[in-house]
Structure formats: structure tokens, C-alpha cells
Design a protein around this ligand. Structure first.
Ligand SMILES: [Zn+2]
Ligand SMILES: [Zn+2]
Length: 98
């Protein structure tokens, strides 16, 4: 299926539209960006991070980031988990008595 319309990103009119590469197609009601913007988004979307747990490389957009910066906050530090290793919220109940 090819749909011609206006690109969401650059606003060019009357171009064949493509799905956004970083969003699941099932979440997009219709293609909405032009080919140029699609490949631009794709090049930006392919930032890979390493899963702290299993070592797999996963796209940053799909990874779960965790802030592990030291208390002094001098060097902000983040670790990432793939969807399979992402810790769940209710697994950890910390008491905050500050
Ligand atoms: Zn465009
Ligand atoms: Zn993993």
C-alpha cells in the first residue's frame, strides 16, 4: 500500500509516505513521514546499548535505562537492560527515610 500525503516531519506535500521506523507499525494508524525523513529517523534510532544483564545489544529506544549515578552526582551514569532483563517495578521496595 502506498499512501501519498504530507510528511509529518518536514511538511513536504504530495510524497509517498512511510511508517516511522522507531515506532511499531501496529501503533501507527497510517504512514506519516516521507522517505527522506524515514531514513533520517532510522539513522537516529539505531543507537544501541548493551544490556547490563545478558550483554545483548539492544536499540536504546527499547532498552530500560537505570540511573546509577553516584550520590555526589559528579559523573552521571546509566546502565541499560534489554526488554527480557528489565527489572520490574514491584521487585524492589526500598524504604525512603531521608
Ligand atoms: Zn519528510
Ligand atoms: Zn538482557
Amino acid at each position: 500500500m502506498s499512501l501519498v500525503g504530507t510528511c509529518d516531519d518536514c511538511g513536504v506535500v504530495g510524497v509517498p509516505l512511510r511508517y516511522k521506523p522507531e515506532t511499531p507499525v501496529s501503533e501507527q494508524p497510517r504512514p506519516s513521514v516521507c522517505e527522506r525523513c524515514r531514513s533520517h529517523r532510522e539513522s537516529q534510532a539505531t543507537t544501541f546499548v548493551r544490556c547490563e544483564d545478558c550483554g545483548d545489544r539492544v536499540p536504546e529506544s527499547r532498552a530500560t535505562g537505570m540511573d546509577v549515578s553516584p550520590p555526589d552526582g559528579y559523573y552521571p551514569e546509566f546502565i541499560h537492560f534489554c526488554p527480557g532483563c528489565a527489572p520490574t517495578d514491584d521487585a524492589e521496595q526500598t524504604e525512603g527515610s531521608a
